[in-house]
Design a protein around this ligand. Sequence first.
Ligand code: AHN
Ligand code: ZN
Length: 333
Amino acid sequence: MKYLLNSLFIALAILLFSCGGNDSPKTSKAENKATPTINIPDFNADSAYKYVADQVAFGPRVPNTPAHDACAKYLSGKLNEFADTVVVQKFKIRAYDGTILNGKNIIGSINPQAKKRIFISAHWDSRPYADNDPDPANHRTPIDAANDGASGVGVILEIARQMGLSKPNIGVDYIFFDTEDYGPPMDSPKRGQGEYWGLGAQYWSKNLHDPDYSPHYGILLDMVGAKDATFYMEGFSMEYASHILKKVWNTGKELGYGEYFLFENGGYIDDDHKYINEIAKIPTIDIIHLSKDTPGNSFFKYWHTIGDNMSTIDKNTLKVVGQTLLTVSYREK
Ligand code: AHN
Ligand code: ZN
């Protein structure tokens, strides 16, 4: 009797097991039809961090300096490694003080033939002045710009590396804008007047690197590397691309990054995306670290100070932004 019960039990177990075995492939086949499997790569924050550090190691990438030239070569070299095509858009542009800046917008593309495209961008130049530094002696000192510049570029380089390893369904362009941060210093009478920021993005918006370029939307990264960064919903992004903004914020929240992506108004920031929206008419959002508790400005604590160096960079924040953007990009079809 005991043997009989045992063998009955074994038979039952085999039956159940084989049913299960037959069943599960069926279900996953049905699922496959509805939504083709997408493998979203794992953003490597160590790698992104290294790309930030590499840029900072050149010294401040202030336009018209050797560090700026060397970093331009580094960035186009990296894109040559990871992307299908690379274009360097050279231009000369007059700064607020009359200086003629030698600018380079650096653009890499994956899947260059794909009709449906998006772009991910950041500025790569460094501010020539720590004019927001608590010590006035530093107000004409160039900054390392680890966060205000290099962080966004580092995140994008890691995205580009991942996309080179396994391609997304759509085309993606990586745009590194130059001469964003050469605006008038705090003590200049020109502060607050004229369109002196985002010069490279202004140039690009009037002179697209490809005259037929018309991506579905764009994403700008600015200061995406500090610990516990808070990304508020910025004004121009809401006005021109609220749909994209919500998609990105919802994706971030879904991934568990709800403490970074805040569903709260952040106010209007004159950043590169303003010109891309208003001149090039491409809906573009700005993921920018804003803070409601920094006295005197709405930016992160070390904004335009000599404190914007590698010690401000936190791998967790790079991961949050990078993984969110990889997820958004690979879900597009
Ligand atoms: C203004 O201060 C007008 N715009 C800031 C844009 C910026 C500077 N982003 C990073 N650095
Ligand atoms: Zn800046």
